[in-house]
Design a protein around this ligand. Structure first.
Ligand SMILES: [Mg+2]
Length: 136
């Protein structure tokens, strides 16, 4: 069982990555494929449509936080947590579906990007510094 609430509270990209690695991504992708086949929705699951759906779901997540004060966003109430869980799941499912359709190995893509980010953001230059690497 994914614990998006814990990930959210810890705000850890590494934590998200580790949980993602513990997920049986292939199993979930197969479940999503089965879900689409049963509804004859594969015809709609083009990369364009899935990228757009992913963006819409990300916006739905943003909408939960829209107009909240920073401190309010630090401690969402139970109803907001439930909505956050739903949107995070929607995002993850569309992302996994997108990767299936384009035959992207998500784990490899994440590992590769994480390595490049480690080079772009070395600890000695980045610790406590939120500036983008090309703006320093
Ligand atoms: Mg949604």
């Amino acid at each position: 069982m994914l614990n998006f609430q814990l990930i959210y509270k810890r705000r850890s990209i590494l934590g998200f990555f580790l949980i993602l690695c513990n997920m049986d991504i292939s199993k979930i992708q197969n479940q999503l494929e089965k879900f689409a086949i049963e509804r004859d929705w594969r015809q709609f699951h083009t990369p364009k449509n899935l990228a757009m759906a992913l963006s819409v779901e990300a916006s739905e997540l943003v909408e939960i936080f829209q107009w909240l004060k920073p401190e309010e966003s630090n401690s969402p109430d139970q109803k907001q947590i439930e909505s956050i869980n739903d949107e995070v799941a929607d995002i993850a499912m569309y992302l996994l579906r997108f990767c299936s359709v384009l035959e992207i190995d998500l784990e490899s893509a994440i590992k590769s990007k994480l390595e490049r980010n480690s080079e772009k953001y070395p600890i000695n230059l980045s610790k406590g510094n939120s500036q983008k690497y090309n703006k320093r």
